[in-house]
Design a protein around this ligand. Sequence first.
Ligand code: PMV
Length: 320
Amino acid sequence: MIAASAPAKIILLGEHAVVYGQPAIAVPVSQLRATAMVEPNPPHVLGLRIVASDLGEMLPVAIDGEVVDHALTLTARLVLDTLQLPPPNVTITVQSAIPVASGLGSGAAVSTALARALLVACNRTLPDEVLNRIIFEAEKRYHGTPSGIDNTVVVYEQPVYFVREQPIERLHFGAAFRLLIGDTGVRASTKIAVGDVRVLHDADPTYIGAVLDEIGQVVRRGRVALETGDTEALATCMNKNHRLLQILAVSSPELDQFVESALAAGALGVKLSGGGRGGNMIALVTDETAEHVRIALMKVGAVRVMETTLMNAVHEDIAQ
Ligand code: PMV
């Protein structure tokens, strides 16, 4: 049995505004992964079978159907078209530990794991750049008009400073930053949140445009903070970013409660992460405050609190 995998991700700064050309910063969460296993088909079964039984509403899909109406099917077909190969006679089973619709990039991770497994099954490779383009196409099935940040951070599995349609910049950290990731357990559609921000924007482009510009400024300042190891400045950027996301109406009562509790328990900087309306929030903590913040998040109903440390080269991700 051959296996391939891809990580979850969190957006540190800049979600939503990134759709409008502002920069954003995202990092992989390597301990939380989607995996894909390849097995030979039973003798009477021909062609490629994709089984995605544990991914919420996703059902087994077949590559040879007339209509490519599923992100996984589309991913497989794009990989095979790029390789100019017929479907191999294998079954690929995709599984994911990444909660769906929670701002952790589950869709991109599942598609990337599938694509990598299919490449192994075909005994071929593709440059990350090509794979990234394929996964971006698949992402459009999940998000409608994605910026491309999810697929980029998931495929390259590196911290990125991302601007739509610009060359990817890898980020380096001037210090280690400890983050907690609190899951509200509320599942929310990124596609709907992105669509609602678009409605707000179109109703008042001057005001919302200014909010998006301000998020861009926060991201630029956040990048300097990350690169110079300035924890306090990073915290200020995160807090400001959350307030700006509230103006865009993509926070939620649960997320705001998590943010308030984490701050009260000593977190330095806190914000929602990803599409919002539910899903996950992130809290910048120190060795002294980490445990207090984790307990505070559990008390307000976190279904899970994970931890990740941002650092160069090695990413230490520890499940709680
Ligand atoms: O909810 P997620 O993790 O898929 O994050 C989406 C990030 C957005 O900026 C809201 C949308 C996008 O395509 O960049």
